[in-house]
Each structure stands twice: as structure tokens, then as C-alpha cells.
Design a protein around this ligand. Structure first.
Ligand code: F6P
Length: 327
């Protein structure tokens, strides 16, 4: 639904798994909103907070110093209740009551699906992609991906020191329940032998071969990056490799939620700032039901309908590149 007039009060929330860069995006929304002469409300605790009316007005000083902070000052939730029409109706009632005329949702797939549901019920909504998984259709990069990838790279760089000293293979588990993007790109920048991803199942024999080949080529260390949704439990895989005697001793490192924390990189701060400004501009010019998406060099408006229906695939060329470069 297009806005009939410029809104005078808009709101912003973060939803789903947090991602480094959400704070710079909140800051951009608040400051761009103020520059447009609108009041900006921060909604605490994602859609849960929207249903409960957890609102607070944000001024320029309230978002001071958050450019460099990981996490989200608005906090976030994964809300089951909001998936139900009843929860959505409650959220709309709360927004109307508070005079909120536009909403910016920063989050991943599930959060953007929620945004589309609100849009279909007449709420003016703009989505901003935030998820370390980079599995959101319609944007080359989501907020948080670059920081998470740098965290993985940093961890593997450190593990390499000890791996080389002992002649070991490390199985490093990354996040990515249903997407191998992080694992593949981290595999390239960290010099892994092989990556295990949900999109391309690998057998234990293939994995053992890759490790053994690295040993035979005279390497002093080897890395296998295992995305959590690959189908291989990292600990079980380690036991299997030990039993197969692949040359190296085997060790496991599960990076877990470390990947979701930390100060956002320059790339993520920039992307988040650009998307926050563009999201406000969308509401100011009567757009709704769209997501800010990085396309080439520009931030474009992508219909939420398409975003939710699409699935961002891993480019298998990059998957192959990991093996190609591990000589
Ligand atoms: O979607 C982002 C993500 O970090 C996934 O990669 C991971 O599987 C999941 O969230 C973890 O969720 P939670 O923080 O609820 O444990």
C-alpha cells in the first residue's frame, strides 16, 4: 500500500538471529528519519515487542556510539506468536494506537516473511536484510556476513599455528543451518582443503581422501570447514577420520555464536548505513512491501514477495574453488 502522505512517525525493529551491523543500521534509520523530520520509535524485542507495545522514542544521542557495537541495542527475538494472524493483528493494533505510520524490519528470512504479512494487511513496511547466513534472495550481501566471515578467518588463522606445530587436521564448524555460503567463502579465505555444505552432500570417504591427499602432498596442517547443516556431525566426523588413519591427528573447533558477535567490519558498517538510509527514503516516498537489496553497486528496492519466494543459492564455482586452491 502506498502512503498517501509522508509519515510523521516511523518505527524500527530487529528480529531473528542478531547480526553484526544491526546497530549501525538502527543508527542510520534514526538519524536519516530525524533528517527527514519524522519521529523514530525503537521497538524492543522484535515482533514480540511489537505485539506488546514495547516502544521508546529514539533521538540522535540515543544511537551515539553504537556504530561500532555488535548485537542490537533493540534486542531481538524469534517470535512464534507473531506467525499467527492473531499476533499480527495485535501488532497492528499496537502500531495504530501509537500512531506509527511506517515500520522498518531488520532481519533474516523469517523476519522478512513477517514484514510481508504486515504489508499485506495494509501496514507500510520496508525490510532490511540482516543475517550472517547470506541466504536472503535479492541482495548480494546481507548485513553481518562480512563480520562473521572475518571472525571465521581469524579463528582459522590462529588454529593454523597450532595445527602446523602438531601436524593436525582441524574440523572447524561454522554456522549455516541451511546455507553453505559462509562455509564456502570462509573456505576460500582461510585456505581449507574442503568445505562441507548442505547444498552438496559429501561422503566420509571423500573427506578422508581430501585430508590424506593434503598429508601426502607434504602439508603440515589441513582444514575442513563444516557448515552446521551439512549432514555431518563434526564430532562424529572427527572420530571417523581418526579411525581411518588419514595421516594427521584430528581436532575439532566449533565456532558457534562467536560468529554472531563482535564489532562490525567497515564493510558491514557501510552496508548497514546505506541500507538504513535507503529504507527510510523508501517510507518517505511512499514505498512499502520492499527490501533494500545490494545489486551491483547500488541499493535497490526488491519486492518482499519475491524475496520470500526466492532462495539465494551458493555459487558452486566458489565451492569448487576451495579444492582448486588447496594444492
Ligand atoms: O540464521 C542465523 C543463524 O546464526 C544460523 O546460522 C544458525 O543456525 C542459527 O542462527 C542459530 O540460532 P540461535 O541463535 O537461535 O541458536
Amino acid at each position: 500500500m502506498a502512503l498517501e502522505k509522508k509519515p510523521s512517525k516511523i518505527a524500527v525493529l530487529t528480529s531473528g538471529g542478531d547480526a553484526p551491523g544491526m546497530n549501525p543500521c538502527i543508527r542510520a534509520v534514526v538519524r536519516a528519519g530525524l533528517a527527514h523530520g519524522v519521529r523514530v520509535i525503537g521497538v524492543n524485542n522484535g515482533y514480540e515487542g511489537l505485539m506488546n507495545g514495547e516502544f521508546r522514542e529514539l533521538g540522535a544521542r540515543d544511537v551515539g556510539g553504537i556504530l561500532l557495537r555488535g548485537g542490537t541495542i533493540l534486542q531481538t527475538r524469534r517470535s512464534l506468536a507473531f506467525r499467527e494472524p492473531r499476533g499480527q493483528r495485535e501488532a497492528i493494533r499496537r502500531m495504530n494506537e501509537a500512531g506509527i505510520e511506517g515500520l522498518i524490519v531488520i532481519g533474516g528470512d523469517g523476519s522478512l516473511t513477517g514484514a510481508l504479512a504486515l504489508h499485506k494487511q495494509g501496514v507500510n513496511v520496508v525490510g532490511v536484510p540482516g543475517s550472517i547466513d547470506n541466504d536472503i534472495w535479492g541482495t548480494n550481501m546481507a548485513i553481518g556476513v562480512d563480520t562473521a566471515m572475518n571472525t571465521i578467518m581469524d579463528a582459522v588463522d590462529k588454529l593454523r599455528d597450532t595445527a602446523s606445530s602438531h601436524g593436525r587436521v582441524f574440523l572447524v564448524e561454522t554456522m549455516g543451518r541451511s546455507s553453505g555460503y559462509l562455509a564456502v567463502m570462509a573456505g576460500i579465505v582461510s585456505g581449507a582443503e574442503m568445505v562441507l555444505i548442505p547444498e552438496r552432500p559429501s561422503t566420509i570417504e571423500e573427506i578422508a581422501k581430501a585430508v590424506e591427499n593434503a598429508y601426502l602432498r607434504g602439508k603440515t596442517h589441513a582444514f575442513i570447514i563444516n557448515a552446521e547443516g551439512s549432514g555431518h556431525k563434526t564430532e562424529d566426523l572427527a572420530k571417523a577420520l581418526e579411525a581411518m588413519d588419514v595421516g594427521f591427528q584430528t581436532r575439532v573447533t566449533i565456532l558457534g555464536h562467536i560468529q554472531r558477535g563482535g564489532s562490525p567490519t567497515a564493510y558491514d558498517r557501510l552496508l548497514a548505513s546505506r541500507m538504513g538510509v535507503k529504507a527510510v527514503e523508501a517510507l518517505m516516498t511512499g514505498k512499502s512491501g520492499v527490501m533494500t537489496g545490494l545489486q551491483g553497486r547500488n541499493i535497490e528496492y526488491i519486492p518482499l514477495e519475491d524475496v520470500v519466494a526466492g532462495k539465494r543459492e551458493v555459487n558452486m564455482e566458489y565451492y569448487e574453488m576451495v579444492g582448486l586452491l588447496a594444492r
